[in-house]
Design a protein around this ligand. Sequence first.
Ligand code: FES
Ligand code: FES
Length: 503
Amino acid sequence: MSYPIKVSVKKGENYFWCSCGKSLNQPFCDGSHKTTLFQPLEYFSSKTEDIFFCVCKKTKSPPFCDGSHEQKLFKLLIEPDNKEIEISQDESILTASLRNNITHSSACGGNGKCSTCRVQIISGIKNCSNPNEIEKKISKKLSFPDDIRLACQTSILGDVRLKRLILDKRDLKSNNQTLSNKITSVGNIKNLTVMFCDIKGFTNFSESLSAYDVIFILNKYFSIMREIIIKNGGEINNYIGDAILAVFGMEENSQQVLRSVNAAILMIEAMDEFKKYLFMSYKQDFDLRIGIHYGEVIVGSVGEEKDKKITVIGDTVNIASRIEQINKDADTRLLVSEAAYEQIKTSVEINNYLRLKLRGSSKLFSLYEVNKIKKGSLKKYNFISKRIIKGKNWIKTIPISEINQKEKVKFKINESKELLIIRDGSFFVIENNCPHMNLPLDVGQLTALNSILCPYHNSEFCYKTGEVRKWIGSTTSSINKQKNLKTYKSLIHEDYLWVDGDI
Ligand code: FES
Ligand code: FES
């Protein structure tokens, strides 16, 4: 069914009737894309009049009809313009909006690719058409909540009130998917487990050390803790000074609280080991404090271009941070909120619990000092995250926040040790293992000839191809016997470094 659109035309003007959604003067466009699938229909107006454009085929002179057949119109209230317009059931929200001279962003011309036409449906979501395949694809990619819709792909069957979301150039720049190769999340509510881990006594510890030592120790500490968090399916969301903010449940929901508590217990054990090293090397040590809470969190991308990253905000995050601080007065190292404890109480053993009011709240909270996970409670997980990107298999590795400003970063895929080398903005991944005595290569020096030198016996390897360039005694015959180091293709995607998954 189609309905006539009443339009005022002026004598002597040429019009192109089109559904491209490109022009502000809907249903007209400038006719510039004649050869595309929209095929604008040209019309010369011999007088100034009101006419009805329609595809009803009722008249002998299409695209016009006499406007006599009934058009079903609905009300569309658009915020923040505070404008009420009429929309027919055949029109997309974008077309109706542009036809009414609303400056509705549509960077891809209504093709469902840029997401800049996105709107939030305030009321009448039931009157909106179901998302089509084009919209489903981009909504999934951007984690749109159900009330965020693409105006170019949505039509309506009843009255709707909505809010345009991309209002100015700045919004357009940071939200146009056709300008970005990063997948972003526009904001979603998720039930996640949030872990805050802070260092106790670091200021005293660091006062007597050089700046080099402070950063060296911090990096070593972060690397140990990070490995445990990742192994338990958590993600480091942020490093805040010497504190770690980690979340569990982002991708794998099951046993997220139990996994976070398991990680915390292992982190405490690892800290005890690390303390021995600190004491041996620096004659002093520090400790850690961990707070865990479970609840609703807002997850979304913030920042622009290279700074863009996924962030988590909300009360759950603030409470996790306060719980971490309570360890100080309670003289504990790990405290878990009641909401988190409720999820795991049959699977853990506790040392003690306390009831208190958290800063800024009048409510009493119970906090639990968990010290053990009952045998057999935690399932076995393999948290290697694999994904097909651009038709190829890739394995998720380290977040780019850990790469910034560095020349070398070591990481693990399962139990195998790898080394990322960053040179002139390019990434090279090789195995972090000198084949001579299986010693780590990451402490080796990089050369101007794209190679890394093993610091132990001066073997040299090309980090682009893995080729052995020099082998201990450096004779040609011994080089020829050596196998090249393993190298991996890599790419940056969703704030992470991914390596070739077909390995
Ligand atoms: S206009 Fe680009 S997605 Fe709607
Ligand atoms: S360990 Fe690398 S050359 Fe000996």
